[in-house]
Design a protein around this ligand. Structure first.
Ligand code: SF4
Ligand code: SF4
Length: 325
């Protein structure tokens, strides 16, 4: 008499292949889920409202360039704790920050701590610096994951005694050649190509990259992989440009800035907070940026309504703007 087969005997093979299918379906589901989460994160990142923000960690500088302005604000350093609270709010609006408006970021005694907060908060940093203090905190500071680009504003070398320039420039060249491979370096020179200073500095930089094929790249030259020499013009700060009608600007559309006092302003040209729309130390950033006065200022800066008097006298063209004035 035929014995009833056990469940395992009857379904054993099928059960195994069922388990196999289930196991693989589970793996595929997991992969699909991961892909969806990655896409969603990418989408959220893409959807961030602003391309970049400036968080001024100090308004103190070690140099005094002829081109610069003198803010009326009190000199101060932003505390790392305050920075952390601000960064946590800013990252909801943008993924890219710079650590200046006025002032030199390397003057901040806790810059390493601030950069490590940026890495933790998964913010990308374009560190704009005059480059004269890059050795202040040692080489480990450049291992921070958040640092995507370092821009050396070389017009500031005009403020250095002439005999100090070669040594400082050599240091920056060496830095560019030995930097962590994923960091972009931009040597930024402001002025006209007829200027002796611009010729002197650009010749010096070009001679430090001999034998390289120089390719034209946007507003400058590519010196080697991820190292660029960019030329920019001097601009008139608000109040220095006379009454020139602007067609509009990208302040509060493309970027905004947080002064070290916590004031939220449309751009890095508003160094004294004349167009302040609120203070992040007393109100949430989302409320400030979404307030009726901020939205009305944004329209005004974009020239949808009469532009602010302050902007009428500003000669700066924000990166990414359509050609203006
Ligand atoms: S280095 Fe920059 S912040 Fe410092 S004085 Fe020169 S322009 Fe101003
Ligand atoms: S016009 Fe000048 S001051 Fe006004 S938002 Fe633009 S950059 Fe700032």
């Amino acid at each position: 008499m035929a014995q009833p087969r056990s469940f395992a005997a009857t379904y054993g093979g099928r059960s195994q292949s069922f388990r196999h299918i289930m196991k693989h379906s589970f793996v595929y589901c997991k992969i699909a889920l991961c892909c969806r989460i990655t896409l969603l994160l990418h989408y959220i990142k893409m959807r961030k409202q602003f391309k970049r923000a400036f968080i001024e960690i100090t308004n103190i500088c070690n140099l005094s360039c002829g081109f610069c302005v003198s803010p009326l604000r009190q000199k101060s350093f932003m505390k790392p704790k305050t920075f952390e609270t601000i960064a946590a709010q800013v990252k909801l609006f943008t993924s890219l920050i710079s650590l200046h408006v006025l002032g030199e970021p390397f003057m901040h005694p806790q810059l390493p701590e601030i950069l490590s907060i940026c890495s933790r908060q998964k913010l990308d940093v374009n560190l704009v610096t005059n480059g004269t203090l890059i050795d202040k905190f040692g080489p480990d500071i450049f291992k921070e994951k958040c640092i995507k680009q370092i821009s050396f504003s070389l017009h500031s070398f005009e403020a250095l005694p002439e005999k100090e320039r070669p040594e400082k420039l050599n240091r920056l060249m060496k830095f560019a050649k030995t930097k962590p491979s994923d960091i972009i370096i931009s040597f930024r020179l402001r002025g006209t190509t007829e200027s002796y200073f611009i010729k002197e500095i650009s010749d010096y930089i070009l001679s430090a990259f001999p034998g390289k094929v120089l390719t034209k790249y946007k507003d400058g030259l590519k010196l080697q992989d991820k190292v660029y020499l960019n030329f920019e013009v001097f601009f008139k700060w608000p109040g220095q440009g006379g009454l020139r009608e602007k067609k509009g600007c990208l302040g509060l559309q493309h970027h905004f800035a947080v002064l070290c006092s916590g004031e939220i302003v449309p751009c890095c040209l508003d160094y004294d907070g004349k167009l302040s729309i609120g203070n992040i130390n007393t109100a949430p950033l989302a409320d400030i940026l979404g307030s009726p006065s901020a939205l009305s200022l944004k329209d005004s800066i974009a020239a949808k309504t009469p532009i602010p008097k302050f902007c009428e006298t500003c000669g700066f063209i924000a990166p990414g703007s359509a050609k203006q004035i």
